[in-house]
Write a protein that binds this ligand. Structure first.
Ligand code: PLP
Length: 351
């Protein structure tokens, strides 16, 4: 079976094997069944934090938090921690649904506005970098747009700090920490299983205010090493195993090279097809979410049917966008992507 779902998505085989073993009766550390205050679980969180810090070269000025609620909860938690209620001012680069949803949550807490948007182009390209007319507490950017298949290959620079949603690209290129007050992501694409997320926050940027819900207050999470209440232990365990696998595979540099090769294979294949087209502007295309379209609706249906029969899953586009999409993350091998390319070539010739 080949799995190209956008998330939750394929785990590295070494990770899923170890997760399965952990669920067996004779495991010595059954992380689903022991107290989160036990030495084993505290050790698991500490190792995950240290490993993330060393793999991503996170400077001391940042704290690393493991959180509930995926990436979406952070759309609300971030303005609450970085902006004064009703006074803060946030700019959002609207490159698609995930940044638009973040803006809705920001506006519930303080001022928010889209300072650039590619909506008029149906999000088939990235918005141009705007000139700022005023100062913002931060600018929210989604670096890789899972639904629309666009990606900022160069991160825009401003005079104010960025907050970046890296949910669908984290772990596939180095991060320039000088640009950010926060980088965050849900686990379920490149960092493990669903149910948790990671927030890397510049300590000095956090504002102290009383009306932030306790579980969303970053100072609480920092003080309690991400264990303000019972944390998503098994999801963090999956993250730790993924980080160990990333380190053993050669770290971020390795995955950065891999993603170029894999996405290039797929885009080149699609460019050569008669029955498919690529709607996204070429230099804005994502290395992870390859969005494509069949030139006729009936061909799209036939393609999805044929893929199912060939045991290839997850090629349907997001329900809000339609079309087709293949998501390729760190866990996908070049061989798996080549098998997909061969399937596409064969289908294109036969139909
Ligand atoms: C870029 C991006 N941001 C945010 C989210 C929302 O993540 P979650 O479902 O973990 O809240 C997703 C989900 O796919 C995403 O791709």
């Amino acid at each position: 079976m080949l799995n190209f779902y956008s998330g939750p998505s394929k785990l590295a085989p070494a990770v899923s094997k170890e997760l399965q073993e952990n669920l067996s009766d004779d495991t010595r550390h059954p992380f689903l069944e022991i107290s989160h205050r036990s030495k084993d679980v505290v050790g698991l969180f500490t190792e995950a934090e240290q490993l993330f810090r060393s793999l991503f070269n996170v400077p001391d000025a940042f704290d690393i938090l493991f959180t509930h609620g995926g990436a979406t909860l952070q759309f609300s938690a971030i303005p609450m921690n970085l902006c004064f209620h009703n006074q803060g001012n946030v700019g959002v680069i609207n490159s698609g649904r995930w940044s638009a949803l973040a803006l809705i949550e920001i506006e519930k807490w303080c001022q928010g506005e889209a300072i650039a948007s590619s909506q008029p182009n149906h999000f088939n390209e990235l918005p141009p970098t705007p000139r700022l007319e005023q100062d913002y507490d931060y600018i929210h950017i989604c670096t890789n747009n899972t639904i629309h298949g666009t990606q900022f290959h160069t991160i825009p620079r401003f005079n104010c700090p960025l907050v970046a949603d890296m949910s669908s690209e984290i772990g596939s290129r180095p991060i320039d920490w000088s640009l950010y007050n926060i980088v965050f992501a849900g686990f379920q694409k490149n960092l493990g299983s669903a149910g948790g997320g990671i927030v890397i926050v510049r300590r000095e940027a956090i504002i102290k205010q009383k009306n932030v819900p306790s579980l969303m207050n970053y100072n609480n999470l920092i003080a309690k090493q991400s264990m303000w209440n019972t944390p998503p232990v098994f999801a963090v365990y999956s993250c730790l195993l993924t980080l160990r696998w990333m380190q053993a595979s050669g770290g971020i540099t390795h995955f950065e090279q891999e993603r170029m090769i894999k996405s290039n294979m797929l885009y080149t294949t699609l460019e050569d097809c008669h029955h498919f087209s690529l709607p996204i502007k070429s230099d804005h295309r994502s290395h992870h979410n390859v969005v494509f379209e069949a030139n006729e609706e009936t061909i799209e249906e036939q393609f999805l049917q044929a893929a199912l029969q060939a045991d290839i899953l997850g090629l349907q586009g997001h329900r809000s966008r339609g079309g087709l999409r293949a998501s390729i993350y760190n866990a996908h091998t070049q061989d798996e992507v080549e098998q997909l390319c061969q399937f596409i070539r064969d289908f294109d010739q036969k139909v």
